[in-house]
Design a protein around this ligand. Structure first.
Ligand SMILES: Nc1ccn([C@@H]2O[C@H](COP(=O)(O)OP(=O)(O)OP(=O)(O)O)[C@@H](O)[C@H]2O)c(=O)n1
Ligand SMILES: C[C@](O)(CO)[C@H](O)COP(=O)(O)O
Length: 263
């Protein structure tokens, strides 16, 4: 991982009244690509499916590689995609990609593997982490920058989009799902990625979560919300184009977005 540039403490400011150097902590993007894609097609790893002429994971890595504020990238893979991902990142254009590491069975296991790697690399507790689904290829620079900025005020933030549908909270009545509550839509958002955290905050939340074997969150925000409930998680504006490719039927929409971005 790259070194952080240390700030000059007030006492170290040079006598010519030069401004103290701004402190820059590492901004580390973690690209999660260790899923099996069971809902897509296990025999055709969705991370590697081509949209707009390049693999889905390439779009995601490109987004962070091209952001001037991102200092380091860590890619998390499984055995099925490792060779292909290593070929992609080894092609020479990804000078921020430090490591390709092995993920785990569940998404949270893959995040945990990344946290352990970063701890072993002794990154500072206040380093900024941006955890991103490899299969959200069209993340905007505005959302990435919004996450980095939000961490100046909060220790946790997530990209999300306001729901344009009325949301229903359901329960079971015999075999049928029935509506139990209709929450106020103004407070309903759909979580996306990146999800951003100060390294020490996410590590603490994961350490606490480790004590609960029945905890199976589908995102990192929930790990903080459930285990560090006093820690506010800021919402950063996402977009409908920051879609997650989950099903084969998502591919035509992805092709359309890729085409419109190229246009
Ligand atoms: N053990 C896992 C599970 C998921 N992911 C990553 O988390 C992101 C979001 O997950 P999802 O869309 O659910 O991907 P899969 O887990 O691959 O899909 P499925 O649940 O259908 O198997 C993906 O980029 C996926 O590769 C991961 O790194 N490690
Ligand atoms: C992190 C996420 O993409 C936010 O919408 C989502 O929770 C991943 O969930 P999945 O079950 O792995 O699709």
């Amino acid at each position: 991982m790259s070194e952080s540039r240390a700030s000059a403490a007030p006492s170290e400011v040079s006598q010519d009244n030069a401004e103290p150097e701004e402190q820059i902590q590492p901004v580390v993007a973690v690209i999660l690509a260790a899923g099996l894609g069971v809902r897509f097609d296990e025999s055709n790893p969705k991370q590697l499916v081509q949209v707009g002429g390049k693999p889905i994971i390439t779009w995601s890595i490109d987004a962070f590689q091209s952001n001037a504020r991102v200092t380091d990238i860590l890619v998390v893979v499984n055995d099925r995609v490792r060779e292909s991902v290593e070929a992609i990142v080894g092609a020479g254009t990804y000078d921020k990609v430090r490591m390709v590491i092995q993920g785990g069975v569940e998404r949270m296991d893959s995040t945990e593997a990344a946290l352990q790697t970063l701890a072993d690399a002794e990154i500072p507790q206040d380093a900024k982490l941006l955890i991103h689904d490899a299969v959200r290829p069209f993340v905007s620079q505005e959302s990435i920058n919004g996450c980095i900025d939000a961490l100046d005020t909060f220790n946790a933030a997530t990209v999300a989009v306001a729901s344009s549908d009325t949301m229903l909270i359901a329960g079971d009545l015999g075999e049928r799902k029935v509506v139990r509550q209709v929450p106020d839509r103004d407070n309903m958002f759909r979580a996306q990625t990146p999800q951003a955290f100060r390294f020490g905050t996410l590590r603490k939340a994961y350490d606490l979560a480790a004590a609960d074997p029945d905890f199976h969150p589908t995102d990192d925000t929930r790990v903080v919300v459930d285990h560090l409930p006093e820690e506010p998680v800021a919402i950063v504006a996402g977009s409908v184009t920051n879609m997650k490719i989950t099903l084969p039927s998502d591919v035509p929409m992805a092709e359309w977005i890729a085409g419109s971005l190229a246009g």
